[in-house]
Design a protein around this ligand. Structure first.
Ligand SMILES: Nc1ncnc2c1ncn2[C@@H]1O[C@H](COP(=O)(O)OP(=O)(O)OP(=O)(O)O)[C@@H](O)[C@H]1O
Length: 256
């Protein structure tokens, strides 16, 4: 079976003043269609660099990244990227922000509006469609950013700590909303987080990376059924997996 996203022998070196820095070292990773994988690891282990390559925003030094078997050569509407900073246009309403991503596609204004409305409804911002970003809470802004990515209809969502700046309650609500949408639409999701609970709650596999050089340390399966529930967070199985991920992140042996 062809992977949705395949990283094959991917390395990346950055040129720095004092010399060269190996940010990623021979990463091999296959993400299947409709998977939800989360990526955790110490700061600087290359999580964002890896995701940037899948997005087509960062070029690999060596190796290649395939999307549906074809090399990634740049960004495209088949991948929606969501960052921690919402990056909304402050002078545009929620609706106009969501429609903006669709302007690059050759579709009618009517179809744009229909798709934007659907995405806005999906993330629960129906009553705020005509509000400006400055009148929204952090969670609502992030919902707007997510709606903008959904509206384009990407097969793959690349999310780099999207809930990192939010309070704990909003975060949990957005996790449930994201899972609900994912289970309905079954896109492929690659989601970076520093929060081990979040990583386990969302994913069917947790990719644990290690630093210096950045590499894949372990891959941990989350054998909990979907839909995930709040009760599951308290279950012995959830605790066991969370402890395993935690241990893999914080007690890593240095690279050989
Ligand atoms: N454009 C760049 N030029 C030089 N070095 C870079 C560049 N981008 C990333 N790096 C370095 O590569 C390493 C990996 O960075 P990256 O942002 O991918 O890590 P990360 O795991 O996402 O970190 P964090 O969890 O702190 O966000 C870091 O040491 C970073 O300083």
């Amino acid at each position: 079976m062809t992977s949705k996203i395949s990283f094959q022998g991917v390395s990346k070196t950055f040129e720095l003043k004092g010399g060269r820095f190996l940010a990623l070292d021979r990463v091999d990773l296959d993400i299947a269609d409709r998977e939800f994988v989360t990526v955790v690891g110490p700061s600087g282990c290359g999580k964002s660099t890896l995701m940037g390559m899948a997005a087509g925003l960062v070029e690999p030094g060596t190796g290649r990244i395939l999307l549906d078997g074809a090399p990634v050569t740049g960004p495209g509407p088949d991948r929606g990227v969501i960052f921690q900073q919402y990056a909304l246009f402050p002078w545009l309403t929620v609706r106009k922000n969501v429609e903006f991503g669709l302007k690059l596609q050759a579709i009618s204004a009517e179809e744009r509006r229909r798709r934007a409305q659907r995405a806005i409804d999906l993330v629960g911002l129906t009553d705020f469609a005509d509000a400006l970003p400055k009148t929204l809470s952090g969670g609502m802004k992030q919902r707007c950013a997510i709606a903008r990515a959904y509206a384009v209809g990407p097969q793959v969502l690349l999310m780099d700590e999207p809930f990192g700046a939010l309070d704990a309650l909003t975060r949990v609500q957005l996790q449930d909303q994201l899972l609900e949408t994912w289970s309905r639409e079954r896109r492929t999701v690659m989601f970076i987080t520093h929060d081990v609970d979040e990583a386990v709650y969302l994913a069917n596999r947790v990719i644990v990376m290690a630093a210096r050089p950045g590499r894949i340390h372990r891959i941990i399966d989350v054998d909990l059924p979907y839909p995930r529930t709040e009760e599951m967070r308290l279950s012995p199985e959830f605790s066991r997996i969370r402890n395993e991920v935690w241990h893999s992140v914080y007690h890593q042996a240095p690279a050989a």
